[in-house]
Design a protein around this ligand. Structure first.
Ligand code: NAD
Ligand code: UDP
Length: 319
């Protein structure tokens, strides 16, 4: 039985990855310090004999007994309000945490995949974004703590690959959504759906002309799984190329949820990218992967999830 370590396992993507690897017949070691994650996301795996959870901060030395075949490093705050609230931890998990996991991978002779992000492209001047675009990031802006941590993460990963011959994979994840997103994480999908469920107006930041492209979680997990098992060590974009403006998206959510609230406009956060759309030609070519779940279907499933939450969860403003 192959053994995989997944960091950030109590988070949104990490918990879906745990499910997928268990389903594929792997032994899963899940690691998290719960800084933005939730025990609830893994509760259904608790009694599974092929699952083991370790509460640990990956910026501290990591000790794992026995062998490891694969590591997936997903620990990191991921939403703008999280990483603006905990900027130093964000820089540390991307740098020190990644260094620890690369060291562990080397010691265990394991293949490691790290979760990078479309944010390495910053506010892109190339559209759609291809993997060979170097990006447009402000090192000192508020979002820099996340973007630069991820850029460093990619650099140190490539250095371990080149210098130590480590088997590495880098996924550049574009906005992904689905069940188990945190209702109060500030990202646009839980924000709009939470507002609709509480009967509040939907807050569009700026004039809403900025674009995003939303990928359903099952498609993202499939892309990550295929990339891990591929032999490709340069970064690969995984996302859904269907782009929409945030203003149009708010209108879609109003229709989907049946809310009678309206859209209100708030200030655009500093360094908020104007456009974002993945070019997925590379993933199509080397992984034979493309997303299968359309926005209408994925948003419906996600809304059902948010509807199933308790009133207490719906109104809890602090994590
Ligand atoms: P999330 O906040 O739901 O999950 C992150 C998890 O990492 C949490 O459970 C948190 O407690 C854990 N964590 C953070 N710091 C830690 C530390 N020092 N030690 C141990 N655990 C720690 O976020 P997510 O959306 O699931 O994102 C997961 C990964 O994917 C992140 O690395 C993120 O940068 C990347 N990513 C996500 C998206 C997206 O759209 N969801 C887009 C681009 C990149
Ligand atoms: N946004 C918005 N209203 C909200 C939350 C977010 O208009 O209540 C906008 C945000 O400014 C950005 C887009 O939606 O332009 C996506 O934001 P998110 O935080 O989901 O992810 P990002 O892609 O910026 O990391």
């Amino acid at each position: 039985m192959k053994k995989v370590l997944i960091t950030g396992a109590a988070g949104f993507l990490g918990s879906h990855l745990c499910d997928r690897f268990i389903k594929e017949g792997y032994y899963v070691i899940a690691m998290d310090n719960f800084i933005t994650g939730d025990k609830k996301n893994l509760i259904h795996l608790k009694e599974n004999p092929n699952f083991n959870f370790i509460e640990h901060d990956v910026t501290e030395f990591i000790k794992i007994d026995g062998n490891l075949d694969y590591i997936l490093h997903f620990a990191s705050p991921a939403s703008p309000i999280d990483y603006l609230k905990i900027p130093i931890q964000t820089l540390k998990v991307g740098s020190l945490g990644t260094h620890n996991l690369l060291g562990l991978a080397k010691a265990k002779n394991a293949r490691i995949l790290i979760a990078s992000t479309s944010e390495v492209y910053g506010d892109p001047l190339v559209h759609p974004q291809t993997e060979d675009y170097y990006g447009n990031v402000s090192t000192i802006g508020p979002r820099g703590v996340y973007d630069e941590a991820k850029r460093f993460q990619e650099s140190i990963t490539m250095a371990y690959h080149r210098f130590h011959g480590l088997e590495t994979r880098i996924v550049r994840i574009f906005n992904t959504y689905g069940p188990r997103m945190r209702l109060n994480d500030g990202r646009v999908i839980p924000a709009f759906m939470g507002q609709a469920l509480r009967g509040e107006d939907l807050t569009v930041f700026g004039d809403g002309s900025q674009t995003r492209s939303f990928c359903y979680v099952d498609d993202q997990v499939e892309g990550i799984f295929k990339l891990l098992l591929s032999d490709y060590s340069n970064p690969v974009n995984i996302g859904n190329p269907h782009e929409i403006t945030i203003k149009e998206f708010a209108e879609e959510i109003i229709k989907l949820t049946g809310t009678n609230q309206k859209v209100i406009y708030k200030d655009l956060p500093v360094d908020d990218p104007m456009q974002r759309q993945p070019d997925i030609s590379l993933a199509k070519k080397i992984l034979n992967w493309e997303p299968k779940v359309g926005r209408a279907e994925g948003m419906k499933i996600t809304f059902e999830y948010f509807k199933s939450l308790s009133q207490e969860e719906l109104y809890r403003s602090e994590h």
